[in-house]
Design a protein around this ligand. Structure first.
Ligand code: DSN
Length: 423
């Protein structure tokens, strides 16, 4: 039988380890039958999954192309060079490193390349939509560096650039982060650049959530504006789970040295191949259309929720995600997310800016459209999602309602096969 074609369980896995084969089958079914609204998730294509599950996982290759510490790199060098060349074309970057294991290690490489322990760094506060690795207290980046967080304005929930400038002038950070995980609005990279220049800071943009949108011009690009740009490869970019760093030529040696040998050993070559495949897919015109649709769907879902009385933070979205404050619905985010999960609508509870509740039991929900858009869903499905969400939030303990909606969700999902998923 041919290598797993996705139509059947891989026969090798099924006979060697039926328990894991069964669990993968179950996850396939769950991903097929539910509405995937976690803003950081997507469906990698079958081609990406195949490259990621290939024999390239067997090879060690510490170093970079043509400068490795192990022999037998004839193929690996080509894979890595292909991934880099495609990403350079796609993003217009001078230098790319595709070896970070994921987004957090990519961000740590930026600290290692530009900072010493104890230096001051600035990033968007986690509570305002920033990432742990932008200096949050529980992260190594908040423990080993002096972290000065900035936030959003209370009036419109946009990043407060006046506050960024004032804090930067007061604290003179070595590193200024511009990046988000739960922020629905466009980032003004040029405004960050001006502030970084005023205080002599290195400007780092973390585009993990929006890299697909950036690659296709659906969101402005920080490449050529920020000194260094980090990203994951599996969110809107729709590749395998991995990381990548873009930088100006002048920083290439520092970044490469920070990734290897600074932080990591051998790169995950199977992942590099998956990234190369995703980059090839992203160079197709259809990927730009997909990214545009992601944003159209997020706006449509936001409007449909607003018309049902939901408090959409900042009034809407410019990108792939929405943040909902459920305070006016009298239900915290966590029980709402749990009830929605039972109804087949999978998302995550999330803090909203100025949230009086704790992060583990916050007031809000984060909703993203990258995965449902990959299935080809559009405005009618966004309307249905809003109707279902409204019903669940009104009666989160009504088990028969949740079961009925789960059935309707499953039926609807059956019309939209998910890329990479075949039962
Ligand atoms: N865990 C990612 C997210 O969900 O946004 C960020 O690292």
């Amino acid at each position: 039988m041919a290598f797993n074609d996705g139509k059947t369980k891989d026969p090798a896995l099924a006979s060697a380890d039926p328990e894991i084969a069964r669990l993968i089958e179950e996850e396939n079914r769950r991903e097929h039958e539910s509405m995937r609204l976690i803003a950081s998730e997507n469906y990698a294509s079958r081609a990406v999954l195949e490259a990621s599950g290939s024999c390239l996982t067997n090879k060690y290759s510490e170093g970079y192309a043509h400068k490795r510490y192990y022999e037998g790199q004839a193929v690996i060098d080509q894979v890595e060079e292909l991934a880099i060349a495609r990403l350079k074309t796609l993003f217009g970057a001078e230098h790319v490193n595709v070896q970070p294991y994921s987004g957090s290690p990519a961000n740590l490489a930026v600290y290692l390349a530009f900072c010493n322990a104890g230096d001051t760094v600035m990033g968007l506060a986690l509570a305002a939509g920033g990432h742990l690795t932008h200096g949050h207290t529980v992260s190594i980046t908040g423990k080993y560096f002096k972290s000065v967080p900035y936030g959003v304005r209370k009036s419109d929930y946009r990043i407060d650039m006046d506050q960024v400038r004032a804090l930067a002038k007061e604290h003179r950070p070595k590193l200024l982060w511009c990046g988000t995980t739960a922020y629905p609005r466009t980032l003004d990279f040029k405004a960050f650049r001006e502030i970084a220049d005023e205080v002599g800071a290195v400007l780092a943009a973390d585009i993990a959530h929006i890299s697909g949108l950036v690659a296709t011009g659906v969101h402005p690009s920080p490449i050529g504006i920020a000194d260094v740009v980090t990203s994951t490869t599996h969110k809107t970019f729709r590749g395998p789970r991995g990381g990548m760093i873009f930088c100006k030529k002048e920083h290439a040696a520092a970044i490469d040295k920070a990734v290897f040998p600074g932080l990591q050993g051998g790169p995950h070559n199977h992942t590099t191949a998956g990234i190369a495949v995703a980059a090839k897919e992203a160079l197709e015109p259809s990927f730009k259309t997909y990214c545009q649709e992601v944003v159209v769907n997020a706006k449509a879902l936001g409007e449909a929720l607003v018309s049902r009385g939901f408090d959409v933070v900042s009034g809407g979205t410019d990108n792939h995600l929405l943040l909902i404050d459920l305070t006016n619905k009298g239900l915290p985010g966590k029980p709402a997310a749990q009830a929605l999960d039972k109804a087949g609508i999978v998302l995550n509870y999330n803090a909203v800016p100025f949230d009086p509740r704790k992060p583990f039991d916050p007031s809000g929900l984060r909703i993203g459209t990258p995965a449902v858009t990959s299935r080809g869903m559009g405005r009618p499905e966004m309307e249905r999602l809003a109707t279902w969400m409204d019903a669940v939030v009104k009666a989160p303990t009504d088990e028969s309602l949740l079961a009925r909606i789960a059935g309707e969700v499953k039926e609807a999902c059956g019309h939209f096969p998910a890329p990479g998923i075949r039962l």
